[in-house]
Design a protein around this ligand. Structure first.
Ligand code: PFF
Length: 471
């Protein structure tokens, strides 16, 4: 085990902010509101909240406790606990390595849109074809990606307390204020269309919050459940080594149970606020059909919404992209930090040198991903039926395929090989009570592995295949 002095967060608040910074990202902003709108509004929200505090909690506790108890990163942690399970560390390391290649490309897109609004060109961003012509151009996406990556690498280069923690302390409260500001504005919107019918932000709020049970059959319910589940573990940044690394920086005296509760709460609260900000705004201008997911929500639909708001919309657009940039930066810092920390463990190199080398390698791989929209363009149909380019393929393999697989193996490892007590002891190491302990034990041994197996089969397209065979 590592005996040299470890870096650490200054205390519980620094850890909570940095981990919440990792958790809150584009997932909260472009995926949660879309899923809520698609999956029955309040119905999805209720299921999501119930799952965060049971299933999400279990995965978060597991990662952070492994990190704090072993004081090392995923690559070594599993091997330190049980030599036969070292392979799980290797698979876990693959996820941030894959995500890093495309996360800074998306970060670059956000930086470009912020720049567009800053230079008063927000109306242009609302034109048809603006997004496509930007991402397919040769130089601009690379330039903005490099800028985004340079800021990320600088924060990681500056260290855990002086870089990551300090950055999160400044950026997270800012993000929070901005998102509340836009959500409030969004609720006050009121628009009259050509036929004299009026749509208000508050009506949009009703669409968002009231549970809608229309057409909810058992198989549809399962679909909503799986949507919520896959959203949760992407959103909490679990099963990818990130929370193991951040856990290894938490001091022994910190009350882990309480801190993790705060992270779950914060991540969910921001997701709910993102819905509050986006759904009423899209609803007022484009009705319920206007909701889209992923890049097209953020880079195509929302600029149109901002343009409809007139001059004030340009300011809202600016504030919005600034807020998203904050959210994305703290997430990309956590991915790069995980790669750097793992490599420092293996190669025994300094933080500064490792950050530079990994920064350059990431830049090179992100250039290849940028080229996936021009020189290396292809169209591939994924097992879930979506048409994918290079970026989507990396996203699919890491999030839909590897993450449920890693969670499944981790549950088997903790639940049945080393036994939950190993984790519970760490949760109680500071002398604090581990609330939800019984829940944790049942979840990690029985419930989560089964849920993960189902999610994995679904993501791998097995259910779709079976359905078409039985038809
Ligand atoms: N948890 C982040 C979100 O919800 O957007 C996304 C994320 C961060 C994914 C870090 C992956 C990652 F490595």
């Amino acid at each position: 085990m590592n005996t040299k002095k470890k870096s650490s967060f200054s205390g519980s608040l620094g850890f909570v902010l940095a981990a919440a910074g990792s958790a809150v990202g584009v997932g909260n902003i472009w995926r949660f509101p879309y899923l809520a709108a698609k999956d029955g509004g309040g119905l999805f929200i209720l299921i999501y909240i119930a799952l965060v505090f049971t299933f999400g909690f279990t995965l978060l506790v597991t990662d952070v406790a492994i990190g704090r108890r072993t004081k090392t990163n995923a690559l070594q942690a599993f091997g330190v606990i049980h030599p036969k399970w070292k392979f799980l560390g290797y698979i876990t390391f693959l996820v941030p390595a894959m995500i890093m290649t495309y996360y800074s490309v998306i970060g670059g897109w956000i930086a470009k849109y912020l720049f567009t609004y800053l230079t008063m060109n927000g109306q242009e961003a609302a034109q048809d074809g603006y997004f496509t012509s930007f991402i397919t151009s040769k130089a601009a996406p690379i330039v903005f990606m490099l800028l985004f990556l340079a800021v990320t690498a600088f924060v990681v280069y500056s260290g855990v307390e002086k870089g990551i923690e300090r950055f999160a302390r400044i950026v997270m409260p800012g993000l929070f204020l901005l998102i509340i500001g836009i959500a409030v504005y969004s609720l006050t919107l009121r628009v009259e269309d050509g036929n004299g019918s009026v749509r208000t932000g508050l009506q949009g709020l009703v669409v968002y919050l009231i549970p809608n049970f229309d057409g909810v059959t058992p198989s549809r319910f399962l679909e909503i459940l799986l949507d919520a589940m896959s959203q949760i573990f992407f959103s909490l940044s679990v099963s990818m080594g990130i929370m193991i690394t951040y856990g290894s920086y938490v001091k022994k005296e910190v009350n882990l149970g309480r801190s993790l509760g705060q992270i779950e709460f914060f991540d969910t609260f921001v997701a709910l606020l993102a819905g509050l900000m986006i759904i009423p705004a899209v609803y007022v201008f484009f009705g319920t059909e206007g909701m889209a997911s992923g890049p097209s929500l953020m880079f195509i639909s929302l600029p149109k919404v901002f343009a409809e708001m007139g001059a004030f919309g340009m300011i809202i657009g600016l504030v919005f992209f600034l807020m998203v940039l904050f959210a994305t930066l703290t997430s990309s810092v956590s991915i790069l930090e995980t790669l750097v920390a793992n490599c420092m463990d293996i190669f025994h190199t300094t933080r500064k040198k490792t950050s530079l080398v990994i920064g350059v390698v990431s830049a090179a791989s992100s250039v290849v991903i940028c080229m996936g929209y021009n020189v290396l363009y292809f169209e591939l149909t994924l097992p879930n039926g979506q048409t994918a380019q290079l970026l989507d393929v990396m996203d699919y393999i890491s999030n839909s395929f590897l993450m449920p697989f890693i969670s499944l193996l981790t549950c088997i490892f903790v639940g049945w090989v080393i036994k939950p007590k190993w984790i519970c002891d760490e949760m109680e190491a500071s002398g604090h009570k581990f609330g939800r302990k019984k829940l944790y034990i049942v979840m990690i041994r029985y419930v989560v592995p089964v849920m993960m197996a189902v999610l994995f089969l679904q993501s791998a397209g097995v259910f779709t295949m079976l359905k078409s065979l039985l038809r």
